[in-house]
Design a protein around this ligand. Structure first.
Ligand code: FES
Length: 355
């Protein structure tokens, strides 16, 4: 016989199967949960414990609904207290010599550190070839408030003597309240004109109003990483199985790129990422991505990442240098003036005749 637990949820008592998660208990009581932000739902995008977007109050303490297990006597409140400070598992805060897709290409050739980077745990994708899987799927780790993370990043900036401060992941945008407050705090601590606040993202929940708020908070550089042109490729690369959700994520990411250029080209540096590995996406599809991006803005920086064997895709073969040269030629042929291709020997920069 299944063990039952008596719990209280927003002041109402009921019995539920012991051992399920708080998230599941909420669902069983008719609460909405969602993997796309929706004010009427509890947002549970990662379900691995890293993002803390799903925080609810459990026995008077903020806890993750996706990981917390129901037991007898538990009291859950779905509305957090007014003084709740968002938190997230974030690691890193170290100098970075290469940068991300949102790093201007001319800095990538510099020697030494070009920015400091931190990595937020938790992602709404399940990319089988994730290059940062150990951090992405980490559910245990240092939980930081926006202020604590901003202080660490500022210390790192001065330690590594750089002006650029990047956050990546995992997926950096999942916990919106946390990221916005982090950017505001970082902006306050780095009010000089040289400071750059850089967000690398998969763009999947980066709606226009979210972009507006990020810019308002002080973000200066954004690197949306687009994971395909066709939905099938997008789902293969991201490991997603829910077609409707994948379509929504993909559409939001492409719309984010368009909006960043149309609304903020003079204020925000935007660099887009594209994946390449012939086992995941064809050259023709990369070409279609290039054509679409060129129509948005031929000057847009497009950085092609040569996907290598990682995580669950140890059978991948890293693209050869010659393959990346071909990709570079194909994208430049679509009129893109700022194509950067990552290779095992370093970056291939924009063609001088395109500048
Ligand atoms: S959805 Fe629970 S921590 Fe991310």
């Amino acid at each position: 016989m299944l063990n039952k637990a008596s719990i209280e949820l927003d002041g109402v008592s009921f019995k539920v199967q012991a051992g399920i998660t708080v998230k599941r208990a909420l669902e069983l009581r008719g609460y909405k949960v969602s993997k796309y932000p929706d004010p009427a739902s509890l947002f549970t995008p990662c379900e691995t414990g890293g993002c803390w977007s799903c925080a609810v109050e459990v026995d008077g303490q903020p806890q993750r609904a996706c990981l917390t297990i129901v037991r007898d006597g538990l009291s859950i409140k779905t509305v957090l207290p007014d003084d709740y400070v968002p938190r997230r598992i974030v690691t890193g805060f170290r100098g970075h010599q290469v940068g991300g897709v949102g790093t201007p290409w001319w800095l990538k050739s510099a020697s030494g550190y070009i920015e400091t980077a931190c990595f937020a745990a938790g992602c709404n994708f399940r990319c089988p070839q994730c290059q940062n899987w150990d951090i992405t799927y980490q559910s245990q780790g240092k939980l930081l408030s926006p202020r604590e993370a901003a202080e660490r990043m500022t210390e790192a900036r001065y330690k590594f003597r750089v002006d650029r401060m990047a956050i990546s992941g995992g997926e950096s945008t999942l916990n919106r309240a946390w990221l916005l407050e982090y950017a505001r705090e970082l902006n306050k601590l780095n009010s000089d004109a040289n400071a750059r606040i850089h967000v690398d993202t998969n763009g999947s929940i980066l709606t226009k109003d979210y972009i507006d708020e990020l810019v308002e908070a002080g973000v200066t550089d954004v690197g949306p990483d687009l994971k395909g042109f066709n939905l099938e490729s997008f789902m293969r690369i991201t490991g997603m199985e829910d077609r409707d959700l994948a379509e929504r994520y993909q559409r939001t990411a492409w719309e984010a790129v368009r909006y960043l250029i149309e609304e903020y080209k003079d204020r925000v540096f935007t660099g887009v990422g594209i994946p390449y590995n012939r086992d995941l996406i064809s050259v023709q599809e990369v070409e279609m991505m290039g054509e679409k991006l060129s129509k948005i803005d031929p000057e847009l920086q497009v950085c092609v990442l040569d996907y290598r064997p990682e995580f669950k895709k140890q059978d991948l073969v890293r693209p050869s240098y010659d393959e990346m040269v071909e990709i570079h030629t194909v994208l430049s042929g679509k009129g893109l003036k700022t194509v950067v291709c990552q290779t095992k020997y370093g970056h291939i920069g924009p063609r001088p005749d395109m500048a």
